[in-house]
Design a protein around this ligand. Structure first.
Ligand SMILES: [Zn+2]
Ligand SMILES: [Zn+2]
Length: 500
């Protein structure tokens, strides 16, 4: 038979001379009581042989890098395809591994963001777009009130006087090139009038030409002013061909895929290095019982004989401050508590002032080469959300880029969305008219992979969920979708006790 896996005389472990024909291209479930040989058949015989034959196809040099399994005990096994085993063990311990990295969706998302995301200004929140002469013409013409007389506009560009020239010399150069109308000179900056014309649809050609010339002279940045009836220039409208918010005068850089990856130094938040969490002193552990007063021992690390001196320093400074040292911690004012924890600023210890519980821990940190200090510190340390990125793991600029319309989403928004909703988002995402073939393929790939994850019942997980917090069954199902996502054909998948 050609279309089946033929096993003859399998004797692996407790199998007793088993003969079996397994049809291809179908699901096969092996059931039985514990110890009946299910795993011996599925893993140690079928998977082992598929894996062994696959590895044999590589050169001897390549083979040394691959896991090789022992030849299973059997008379013969025929018709076996390359095999992939998906088991329930969760070997992941790194907090850099998430559902997104495991399923390879993060790799696809960063490419999609680098290609399709649009930038929103960090200051005004408006969409930052590259202006072209054509888009500027459209915008200017649209702003003319219908029926009103066409206004006169000025198209201006700015010239900075270079260090090795005088302002007069530059004015001379400009005149030589036909630019004799300067609207304003502010210091070493000229606002030069490129053109002055009536804003009429019939003049589209000249308008476009003048805008092109001004953009090229002004290094991609121009302003357009409407003249009042008296011929005075009005509010300037700014335009830019770069990634530049003309309204806020903030320039941005083009994104690269690495900007959207917390496993790359380019994208990772510099404070937490992409972990999303930082380790610090947990004051809840320092003051475990807020019913205690300072005298009654509220600050736990000061209650041992080794640090009795710190306790005395605190009580002395507190009395000087007029703080009631017998009052329970929870009844102290916020300002007093802040004072106890933060102290009186830099060099407080040298000045004989209160250095704060924080100063105490900073001093301990400097002594952490000593074993017993490290042990002490570890008792009061805890992981908390990174204060710089708030757990997003990425640099702030990565989050200014968003995809989707009318509700644009950052990569962080998508990572926090349940996979089911994430799939809906990508299903309804409309590619911009200017998209390329690669973007279309990427989007298809993301939809397929998200679709698999939802189909295996993981719609409730999020992409930023840490792999090490997943159950064995969840890990197995994600691994299955990742293998399916590679679109391998004619492959044998062997699953160990799949969960429902
Ligand atoms: Zn802005
Ligand atoms: Zn961070």
């Amino acid at each position: 038979m050609d279309d089946c896996i033929a096993i003859r005389g399998a004797r692996q472990h407790n199998l007793r001379n088993l003969d079996l024909d397994l049809p291809l291209h179908t699901w096969i479930t092996v059931t039985g009581v514990s110890g009946s040989g299910k795993s011996s058949l599925a893993f140690d015989t079928i998977y082992a042989e598929g894996q062994r034959r696959y590895v044999e196809t590589f050169s001897p040099y390549a083979r040394q890098f691959l896991d090789r399994m022992d030849k299973p005990q059997a008379d013969r096994i025929d018709g076996i395809p390359p095999a992939i085993a998906i088991d329930q063990t969760n070997p992941v311990r790194s907090s850099r591994s998430t559902v997104g990295t495991m399923s390879e969706l993060n790799d696809h998302l960063k490419l999609v963001f680098a290609r399709l995301a649009r930038l929103y200004c960090r200051s005004c929140g408006r969409l930052v777009q590259r202006d072209t002469p054509e888009t500027i013409v459209e915008q200017l013409l649209r702003a003319v009130e219908p029926g009103a007389a066409p206004p006169t506009i000025r198209i201006l560009f700015t010239v900075e006087v270079p260090d090795n020239f005088t302002a007069d010399e530059v004015a001379g150069f400009l005149r030589q090139q036909g630019y004799d109308r300067i609207q304003r000179q502010a210091g070493r900056r000229f606002e030069v009038i490129q053109d002055r014309l009536r804003l009429e649809p019939g003049r589209r050609g000249r308008l476009t030409e003048s805008l092109e010339a001004a953009l090229s002279r002004g290094q991609g940045r121009i302003t357009v002013c409407r003249e009042s009836a008296a011929g005075e220039p009005g509010e300037p409208l700014r335009f830019s061909t770069g990634l530049h918010c003309a309204a806020c005068d903030i320039a941005y850089r083009d994104p690269t895929p690495s900007l959207f990856s917390f496993n790359s130094p380019i994208g990772a938040c510099p404070t937490c290095r992409g972990f999303g969490r930082t380790i610090g002193i947990d004051y809840g552990l320092v003051i475990p019982d807020d019913r205690l007063s300072l005298e009654g021992g509220a600050i736990k690390p000061f209650q041992t004989p080794s640090y009795a001196e710190c306790r005395a320093d605190l009580l002395k400074a507190a009395r000087r401050r007029g703080l009631d040292t017998r009052r329970p911690w929870r009844e102290l004012s916020d300002a007093d508590r802040e004072w106890v924890l933060q102290g009186q600023g830099m060099d407080a210890w040298e000045r004989g002032e209160w250095y704060g519980v924080k100063g105490f821990f900073d001093w301990l940190e400097s002594k952490s080469y000593k074993m017993h200090i490290r042990v002490l510190l570890s008792r009061y340390r805890a992981y908390g959300l990174c204060p710089a990125c708030g757990g997003a793991r990425l640099k702030p600029e990565a989050l200014w880029w968003k995809i989707g319309d009318p509700e644009p989403r950052s990569i962080r928004d998508l990572m926090q969305m349940p996979l089911g909703r994430c799939l809906e988002f990508f299903k309804t995402l409309v590619l911009p008219a200017s998209h390329d073939e690669a973007a279309r393929q990427l989007l298809g790939e993301i939809r397929t992979r998200l679709g698999y994850l939802v189909e295996v019942g993981l719609d409730y997980l999020t992409l930023d969920r840490q792999s090490r917090t997943l159950s064995g069954g969840e890990v197995q199902r994600i691994n299955l979708t990742t293998a399916l996502g590679t679109s391998l054909v004619n492959t044998l998948f062997v699953l160990d006790e799949p969960s429902i």
